[in-house]
Ligand binder design. Structure first.
Ligand code: GCU
Length: 670
């Protein structure tokens, strides 16, 4: 018996079948009821997948007949679908697959299925993998790359394929339809024949799930890989090189998605090296992929060491170029103007570019939010950004609406998330990191969804299969679902509280890979904009970055009434106060407390919140399998220590400027 079990285990590991080892993301196997699936269309691999999903996971009436129909329907946009209790209609095959997953999700999470059309908010819903050709992952905390191997042998194994297939299926289940499979700090190697060969193999596995493959490219590839003397975008030889490269790629991958480019940014080569603009560079690449229907996503993550205020540069560089980009270019903008901090106001580029397609970029991997240790449900952060009103075309010009084509006639719409996947058995390091992958997909499909619904759906799909035999469904709802949903919804704010409250930002440790506190870090000769004191500006007078009209004037990049509101400390929301203002330690807050006391209480509150999360999780034990229970419990314990470290380190550090005592703790916490 032991031998048999061992052989089965060996077989599953050799094939890389994570699906059998208890780490199946939100796609857990279900006792399916019998169902007949009629596909009213020419059969294809993708439709076979859709049929198989239904047959394996059907939770509706036993013996039902479900029809999948490809049919024109004016209410259906892109790869949207029309859903009925036993029917899915769509105009694309991918639409049918998404409809099937929606039907199954509704069955599993107890949501009604009425006749309704579901359309995606964005045409392209993409993961950006910061995976390097040597298998390492930049800002990755879940092990090595799922795509690339260190030994750089280009053999594609059955294990690789099984893994990519599981990955593609997970993406499709939440409507993600594209993946940039290498790092934005791109190696030129990625465009070499060997890597393109492996890229083709990946694309072949992702395709049946409707997931398109994209590559991040290095702007100087014509020099580094092609041996040219220049990468000047206006040079005819450079143009020709890219055209030939595009042709080579499309010959192997006819539905290749296109390029993602980080250029003239953080030392990466770019058009500015040749006195050209971002538009010159992007247009040249866009022309190369245009004949094949390819897209160029050009990142707006730019700042320079000479800048007095890093937060302003992207707007300054890109707004003058509005209208100058080809129509197969999307400018990809991080949610905030600095860099994926626990909280930032939205980037002022949203809504300001009116004649250019613009897409939001979020970070799913937790670079600044505790890596894969801290429990941070990031959906609330993204919901906050998407729901922010830019006022650029009057009220209700939310970030969601100015990027999804509702406000401006964008030729293309998209949303990207920097992935948190790796070879760890649970894919994301922290089990709750899976919820961020899930949430990103759900929000990219529907940018109006609420985080509470997303958390509810994810928990129901991810943990139901693991309830103990003695627990009833209503027990589960009361003792697990409700408190753990609340924990998830509060988790990001807790991190803001114990790390960077009231608009503080970029005060993390630089020496520990952006993990833990480091407001003091400023070695001599270091670029100022890489050191925390540049951002918090603490001194005897007070703390915070003055971005008002009297300071860097970053407020002016926001449309009224925001500019005025942010400019005045009395009307600036507390969450952004020290983002926009340098204020005295005894500044009177809306709460009536001094700034110093308020700061101290936020730090302490964050610590209390994590301790409360620990208690909630301890009580979840009867409802979770032993492995995941212990893993999350251990991580919460570590997080609790981290929170104390953040609080103590930051308060002690700031206290040398404020010279004020730590206030008595408010009970119950704020
Ligand atoms: C941050 C991050 C880098 C990354 C960069 C980017 O600065 O620390 O690792 O390359 O963002 O988004 O390009």
């Amino acid at each position: 018996m032991k031998k048999l079990l061992f052989s089965l285990w060996l077989l599953s590991t050799t094939l890389g079948l994570r699906a059998e080892d208890g780490h199946q993301l939100w796609l857990r196997p279900h006792q399916a009821a019998p169902v007949t699936v009629v596909v009213a269309a020419k059969n294809s691999t993708l439709l076979a997948m859709a049929k198989q999903e239904l047959e394996r996971n059907w939770q509706g009436a036993a013996g039902a007949t479900v029809t999948l129909t490809l049919k024109k329907d004016n209410a259906i946009k892109h790869d949207g679908f029309r859903l009925g209790p036993t029917s899915v209609r769509a105009t694309t095959e991918a639409g049918l697959l998404y409809g099937v997953f929606e039907l199954l999700r509704r069955q599993q999470t107890g949501q009604p299925v009425a006749d309704k059309v579901f359309n995606p908010s964005y045409e392209y819903r993409l993961l950006n993998h910061w995976d390097n050709p040597d298998g390492s992952v930049e800002r990755g905390y879940a092990g090595h790359s799922i795509f690339w191997r260190k030994d750089s042998s280009f053999v594609v194994t059955a294990k690789d394929k099984a893994l990519w297939q599981e990955y593609a299926r997970a993406n499709a289940s939440v409507g993600l339809n594209g993946a940039v499979i290498n790092n934005v700090n791109a190696s030129p190697l990625i465009l070499s024949a060997e890597y393109l060969g492996r890229t083709k193999a990946i694309a072949d596995v992702l395709r049946p799930y409707g997931v398109k493959t994209f590559l991040a490219v290095k702007f100087s590839s014509p020099v580094l890989l092609g041996g040219l003397k220049t990468a000047d975008p206006l040079d005819p030889a450079v143009k020709k090189w890219w055209q030939a490269k595009a042709k080579e790629i499309y010959q192997q991958i006819p539905d290749f998605g296109g390029f993602l480019v980080k250029a003239s940014s953080e030392g990466q080569p770019g058009p500015q090296d040749y006195g050209r603009t971002h538009a010159d560079g992007a247009n040249m690449l866009a022309d190369a992929v245009k004949p094949y229907g390819g897209l160029v996503m050009w990142r707006a993550f730019v700042y320079s060491p000479n800048d007095k205020d890093r937060a302003k540069q992207a707007y300054n560089e890109f707004v003058p170029l509005d209208g100058k980009f080809r129509d197969n270019i999307i400018v990809q903008v991080k949610n905030g103007p600095v860099d994926f901090q626990p909280r930032e106001p939205f980037s002022p580029l949203f809504g300001a570019l009116k004649k250019t397609s613009v897409m939001p970029e979020f970070q799913i991997t937790q670079e600044y939010l505790g890596h894969s240790i801290d429990l941070a449900f990031l959906s609330t952060m993204w919901e906050e950004c998407l729901g922010s009103d830019t006022y650029q075309a009057g009220p209700s010009s939310t970030v969601a609406r100015v990027t999804d084509g509702s406000v401006y006639p964008q030729k293309h719409t998209a949303m990207a998330g920097v992935a948190n996947t790796g070879l760890d058995r649970n894919w994301t390091g922290q089990d709750f990191g899976q919820a961020n992958w899930y949430a990103f997909g759900r929000l990219a499909w529907n940018n109006q969804l609420k985080s509470a619904q997303i958390a509810d759906e994810w928990l129901k799909q991810t943990f139901t299969g693991a309830t103990s035999s003695t627990a009833s469904a209503s027990d589960w709802n009361t003792n697990f679902l409700a408190p753990v949903t609340q924990l998830m919804l509060a988790s990001r704010e807790a991190i803001v509280n114990y790390s960077m409250p009231l608009g503080l930002h970029h005060i993390m440790s630089a020496t520990h890979d952006h993990y833990g506190p480091g407001p003091w870090w400023a070695p001599p000769k270091m670029r100022a904009d890489w050191t925390p004191p540049y951002y918090h500006q603490a001194d005897a007078q007070g703390v915070g970055f003055d971005r008002t009209t009297g300071g860097s004037n970053a407020v002016s990049q926001y449309h009224e009434p925001l500019a005025g509101q942010f400019n005045n400390p009395a009307t600036c929301p507390d969450e952004y106060l020290l983002w926009f203002h340098h204020l005295p330690w005894d500044f009177k807050m809306k709460s009536g407390r001094t700034l110093w006391d308020e700061l101290a209480l936020h730090y302490d509150h964050g610590v209390q919140q994590v301790r409360q999360f620990q208690q909630v999780w301890d009580k979840a034990q009867p409802y979770v399998d032993a492995e995941r229970f212990a893993a999350v419990q251990n991580k919460l314990r570590a997080q609790s220590g981290n929170a104390v470290l953040w609080k103590d380190a930051c308060l002690l550090y700031f206290q040398q400027f404020s010279h004020l005592p730590i206030p008595a703790i408010v009970e119950p916490p704020m």
